[in-house]
Design a protein around this ligand. Structure first.
Ligand code: NAP
Length: 342
């Protein structure tokens, strides 16, 4: 039995705007569930249940987070408590070492079982690589089997995602951590285009090219690390990283609205057209993050000011997915507009 904390305030979930997806409607803000090193699986499951009590209906899960079996108990409890399955929006993702067709099917069925549901609303390919690394490994670790993006492999995985869709195990399929050149190839060859692309998006990493490309092609961008992931572990930090919630433009707008700078990051994200998935185990914070999308929007001038503070500061660089011989983490992100090869 998961015990949520007593909510001090609730937001009617019907007030939370929805984004129309190929199958169903997705709330414009979701709860992240990656506890990394610092938050236990039980604490994440408590915040999932607690956040449902205050009005969240959208949850961003993944098998690699290692907590789907515990979070599943929270979903079971909320449905037993009267929240209908069709009012929930649940994401999950297939990890890099399960990209072969039967492995994708098995991973999806495992997530469905662990999450204690009959289907997943939005199922992602977590990274467009089969490159695998042990959990919590050092960022300099290189797997000898890792190699640059291989489109045939990606299509084999994607065709299985399409099968999950036609078999009814999932309602929508998506990609994550894609670049525009990889997305162009996928759109050229896929029978079903991705409904969504989950990517790092916060005011200091706005990724305007792939963001606009997704919007133009009807692919909904979901933004991870929407607050600039202030609690990420040391191994995911570098000396050049910037801090969104300390940015003077964000701080000034936050003062004008009398809220924490994190709330400005969420308002900006939703008003720009993406779907942020902030993670919090603190009820005061996750309540504020949901309230952010139902009241006191940013002005056009504030949105313009925020558009100008992009610093192209990628926090989740993905070094552990690099292959022997890669120059550096930028090889994963096709910065010159072409897919990096050996
Ligand atoms: N697809 C992918 O490859 C991928 C990669 C990374 C992450 N994700 C997803 O994105 C989610 C979010 O990313 P993230 O957790 O790294 O970053 P984040 O949501 O930007 O930041 C989370 C941190 O912000 C704090 N916080 C939350 N709300 C706050 C508020 N209102 N005021 C002040 N601080 C606040 C939290 O602390 P408290 O708990 O104390 O509130 C936590 O330390 C993950 O949980 C996961 O679901 C996906």
């Amino acid at each position: 039995m998961i015990t949520p904390s007593t909510p001090t305030e609730t937001i009617d979930s019907k007030r939370v705007p929805l984004r129309k997806m190929p199958q169903g409607n997705m709330p414009v803000v979701g709860m992240g569930t990656y506890g990394s090193d610092s938050v236990t699986h039980e604490a994440v499951a408590e915040s999932v249940l607690g956040s449902a009590e205050v009005g969240y209906r959208h949850f961003d899960c993944a098998e690699v987070y290692g907590n789907e079996d515990v979070i599943g108990k929270s979903f079971e409890q909320m449905m037993a408590g009267g929240i209908a399955r069709e009012d929930l929006w649940i994401n999950s993702k297939v990890w890099n070492d399960h990209h072969k067709p039967q492995d994708v099917i098995d991973a999806c069925k495992r997530s469905i079982d662990n999450l204690r549901v009959d289907y997943i609303d939005l199922y992602f390919v977590h990274w467009p690589f089969r490159n695998f690394h042990p959990p919590h490994c050092n960022v300099d670790t290189r797997s000898p089997d890792s190699h640059p993006y291989n489109h045939s492999e990606m299509m084999e995985t994607w065709e299985t995602m399409e099968k999950l869709l036609s078999d009814g195990l999932v309602r929508n399929i998506g990609t994550s951590n894609m670049t525009q050149p990889k997305m162009e190839l996928l759109l050229r060859d896929a029978s079903v285009k991705p409904a969504a692309n989950e990517m790092e998006l916060h005011p200091h990493l706005q990724q305007p090219e792939i963001f606009n490309y997704c919007i133009e092609h009807g692919i909904q961008p979901l933004g991870y690390c929407p607050l600039g992931s202030p609690g990420r572990p040391e191994r995911d930090r570098t000396a050049t990283d910037t801090v969104d919630i300390e940015d003077p433009v964000i701080v000034a707008i936050a003062q004008a609205h009398n809220v924490h700078p994190a709330i400005i990051c969420i308002k900006w994200a939703v008003q720009r057209g993406q779907t942020p998935i902030p993670m919090s185990t603190n009820p005061r914070n996750y309540i504020a993050n949901l309230k952010a999308v139902v009241e006191d929007p940013l002005t056009a001038e504030e949105m313009t000011a925020l558009a100008q503070i992009d610093k192209s500061c990628r926090l989740i660089k993905g070094q552990v997915f690099l292959w022997e011989g890669a120059k550096d983490w930028e090889d994963l992100w096709d910065l010159d507009g072409t897919i990096t090869t050996l």
